[in-house]
Design a protein around this ligand. Structure first.
Ligand code: GTP
Ligand code: SPV
Ligand code: MN
Length: 594
């Protein structure tokens, strides 16, 4: 089928196991894409939207019980359980292969198995890595074509004996009790069965580019992170880059594409998007950290995306986009979701495909409904997007959803303390994963669901990397999600987050001082530029410098309580927690208890 013998043998082996009627190699050609779209529309797997308003756009609905990642059914299968760590569910590789082997047996009978050759990173470049996904789903094929670099060029880059990550996916019979997303880092293998939802089935994304890649990065001296990458162009025309790790549905896509407030636009500032979800980070010859986005598209959260909050994301979805689990407007075959505008369609189907009455209080789009859009559609895509070396980082930013405790922004004391700040991250859970929403949980580095090995070893890897970087980025933490007592967001967020980025860059350049507190350096309120900010917190009450002061305060009682919870979290990892981090924790508690 291809000129790569290992690949041919593996395809054959998986075909013998799953017994497809037909095997189709994805070459990435326009003709093949058109034929697949037509076939998916004929079977009802996808719906062709209004091609005048939304050229090349389609709608897909997943099964109603298959709308998010399933963390309880996600496994890391290493020979030793300790290598997966308490942050992962574990199965012995042989047991998992045996268990899933039974589920895969003959599961593709009567179906076509598609062979998708894809590259994470620019095809054939030094740091790119190849994968093959076998799938029974055209929806998966078409999403992978947007999200990664797919087709014949990848096979050419792999050559006759090149390696690849082996990904086997089948929707099989969609039995929710037999859904598994399993990773075999020691075999470069991913097996996913009985799901059709994004993060569970687009195997290049979380499964490969984070779980398998984090494991490879640990062994090879680089990092795979759940981070956006953006460039800030200054009025002098210089571009500085930052990467930011926020948990799922906590604002990466929005920050990555933000449009600065008018005040800054007038001064000549611009933001360029390099990536919105995943960063592969290496140490460059100059001793700096260089970050590249291995993906080729955006799998973004639809609800809340609108012309004010994220116009660049919205523009990215205007062509060649697949919408999943949004509202279908039957009048003109367009799409809608909560927070798009104030005019929900009257004649419409909800995400389940039922007739939807927008006045009955029910949600039309699923809270984790998504768009899959080509990165090249984004009006602010960086000119470095296709640079295989990536971009040099001036700052790394951590953040999460915290109604209380975490201030708007603070800076760590140094790399080690910055690693500590990443390790103590916590955030309210969101609809991106199955389970309860709004519960605070520890989510170090926004990698809790994505670290493919023991998180204690991952913390150590961060510390080790720090020792090798001669010119380290500064590390910060932000929180856009502080709430008032009556449950409203205090900080305006979105484009106004640029005001915080501006402070961060000034700190990196040593152009502004800060207040040293128990948890790190905090801005003086007057150093965050509020000019032109016109934000109503509640009826008639505008955001002002006093509000800002209140979200820049270190509330000691909250922090001490939080650190008790960090202790419990660390305890799960036993002696895997690096001594330097335990020391940071003790020192922080001591400073706060004074
Ligand atoms: P994943 O794709 O799941 O990894 O998520 P993400 O981190 O890219 O999250 P995204 O940017 O899509 O944001 C998720 C939700 O948070 C959306 O509904 C946004 O509207 C909302 N959001 C993003 N930024 C802000 C902000 O600054 N303030 C507030 N209040 N909400 C925000
Ligand atoms: C996330 O959940 O962090 C996502 C979406 O980016 S998914 O690809 O489904 O994981
Ligand atoms: Mn994500």
């Amino acid at each position: 089928m291809t000129k790569n013998k290992k690949l041919n043998a593996w395809i054959q082996e998986m075909a013998e196991l799953t017994q497809p009627d037909k095997i189709v190699l994805i070459d990435g050609s326009d003709e093949q894409i058109e034929a697949l779209r037509a076939e998916a529309c004929a079977t009802g797997e996808m719906f062709k939207l209004n091609q005048e308003k939304l050229p090349g756009c389609y709608l897909h609905r997943t099964a109603v019980n298959d709308v998010a990642r399933v963390e309880d059914r996600t496994f890391i299968c290493t020979s030793k359980e300790e290598d997966a760590g308490p942050n992962n569910h574990w199965m012995a590789p042989a047991d998992c292969y045996a268990k899933l082997g039974k589920l895969y047996k003959n599961c593709n009978r009567g179906k076509t198995m598609y062979v998708i050759p894809y590259s994470m990173g620019v095809v054939g470049s030094e740091f790119a890595k190849n994968g093959i996904e076998l799938t029974d789903s055209i929806y998966v094929v078409l999403n992978m074509i947007i999200m990664t670099r797919v087709g014949t060029a990848v096979l050419d880059a792999m050559g006759e004996d090149g390696d690849f990550i082996k990904g086997l996916h089948s929707r099989a019979n969609m039995d929710e009790n037999e859904k598994y997303i399993c990773h075999f880092p020691e075999d470069n293998t991913i097996w996913s069965i009985n799901s059709g939802y994004g993060g569970n089935v687009l195997l290049g994304k979380k499964c490969f580019a984070l779980r398998i890649a984090s494991y490879l990065g640990k062994n090879e001296g680089w990092m795979a992170e759940h981070m956006l990458i953006l460039g800030i162009e200054t009025p002098e025309g210089e571009v500085k880059y930052v990467a930011a790790a926020f948990p799922s549905a906590c604002g990466k896509t929005n920050l990555a594409m933000l449009i600065p407030p008018e005040l800054y636009r007038n001064r000549g500032y611009k933001v360029w998007c390099v990536g919105d979800d995943i960063a592969w980070i290496r140490i460059g010859a100059d001793g700096r950290l260089w970050a590249a986005n291995p993906e080729n598209g955006f799998f973004g959260v639809a609800p809340g995306t609108n012309v004010k909050s994220n116009p660049n994301a919205l523009a990215s979805t205007m062509q060649g986009t697949i919408f999943t689990n949004v509202v279908h407007n039957l009048d003109d075959d367009t799409v809608w979701w909560e927070g798009l505008d104030k005019n929900p369609p009257k004649n419409a189907l909800n995400w389940k495909g039922e007739k939807w009455d927008c006045t009955d209080g029910s949600k039309g789009a699923h809270p984790n409904s998504r768009f899959t859009a080509p990165a090249k559609n984004c009006p602010c895509i960086s000119k470095e997007f296709d640079n295989p070396a990536g971009v040099p980082l001036s700052a790394i930013i951590f953040g999460g959803r915290r109604a209380k405790t975490a201030p708007l922004v603070y800076q760590s004391f140094d790399w080690t303390h910055g690693t500590f700040v990443g390790s103590i991250m916590a955030s309210e859970t969101t609809a991106a994963a199955a389970g309860a929403v709004g519960v605070v949980r520890r989510d170090p580095f926004a990698m809790l669901p994505f670290c493919g090995y023991n998180m204690g070893d991952y913390f150590q890897h961060w510390l080790d990397m720090g020792k090798k970087i001669t010119n380290a980025p500064k590390i910060f933490n932000v929180n856009w999600f502080r709430l008032t007592d009556d449950g409203k967001f205090m900080w305006p967020g979105f484009g106004d987050n640029f005001r915080v980025l501006d402070w961060i860059l000034k700190r990196c350049d040593g152009k502004v001082d800060a207040v040293e507190t128990e948890i790190g350096y905090i801005p003086k309120a007057e150093d965050i530029d509020l000019e032109g900010l016109d934000y109503e917190i509640c009826e008639g009450r505008k955001f002002n410098i006093d509000e800002l002061r209140s979200i820049l305060t270190v509330e000691k009682d909250y922090w001490l309580k939080d650190f008790e919870n960090v202790k419990e979290f660390y305890a799960k990892f036993g002696d895997k927690i690096p001594a330097e981090l335990n020391k940071c924790l003790e020192d922080s508690i001591a400073r706060l208890s004074k």
